[in-house]
Design a protein around this ligand. Structure first.
Ligand SMILES: Nc1nc2c(c(=O)[nH]1)N[C@H]1C(S)=C(S)[C@@H](COP(=O)(O)O)O[C@H]1N2
Ligand SMILES: [Mo]
Length: 188
């Protein structure tokens, strides 16, 4: 276990078991859902739900650590490894970081390097079931080893940038790197 964490049994449903940044969770219709991929890349695109289903599928087990001190062990995610998105997008040499924008207005960012590990997924299933709304339906990021605020829910836009932008919590004093194993919670 990373330092300072205590396990709980079940992942909290955002906006239901735990307050989210907006009063209500975004309701997303798969028929109109679109994922925009843009920024410092050679192949900007907009993916429909169908397009996303055609991308290579990966199952990955990981633990989840929230910066507030709770962890959930052994979650089984299914989705698209972020490295496949990178292959599609073909980042320009200037691209160093990625900002994720969500349907509730939330944002977070990670260095391209931090997104290259096999466990980093744009997930659409948890424990064999399509994501519940409180888990980020229809598509969320999963970044094992980083505090949970890096795992953007309800992702609608992925923007490659030359500089790492500050996200919602990063602007409010939380660490840009958020390494759970290093107790890396706040901006120093
Ligand atoms: N869009 C969006 N994503 C978000 C948040 C949020 O408020 N909005 N909160 C973050 C935080 S602090 C945590 S701990 C996780 C919780 O989501 P989960 O319990 O479904 O994993 O979502 C992260 N991603
Ligand atoms: Mo969190």
């Amino acid at each position: 276990m990373p330092p300072g964490q205590t396990t709980i049994k079940k992942l909290l449903r955002w906006g239901i078991d735990h307050a989210c940044i907006t009063k209500t969770n975004p309701k997303i219709d798969l028929k109109t859902y679109a994922l925009v991929i843009e920024g410092d890349i050679q192949e900007p695109s907009t993916l429909s739900w169908n397009d996303i289903q055609k991308l290579p599928k990966t199952e990955s087990m990981s633990d989840f650590h929230c910066v507030e001190g709770w962890s959930v062990l052994g979650l089984k995610w299914e989705g698209v490894q972020f490295k496949h998105i990178v292959d599609l997008a073909r980042p320009k040499e200037t691209a160093k970081s990625v900002t994720f924008e969500c349907a509730d207005g939330y944002t977070t960012s990670l260095a391209l390097e931090e997104l290259s590990s096999d466990g980093v997924l744009l997930a659409y299933k948890l424990d064999e079931k399509p994501l519940e709304e409180g888990y980020g339906f229809p598509l969320r990021l999963v970044v094992p080893d980083k505090y949970g605020y890096k795992s953007a829910l309800w992702v609608t836009r992925i923007r490659f940038t030359s500089k790492k932008e500050l996200g919602y919590w990063e602007k409010r004093g939380y660490s840009g790197t958020a390494d759970a194993w290093k107790d890396d919670r706040f901006t120093r």
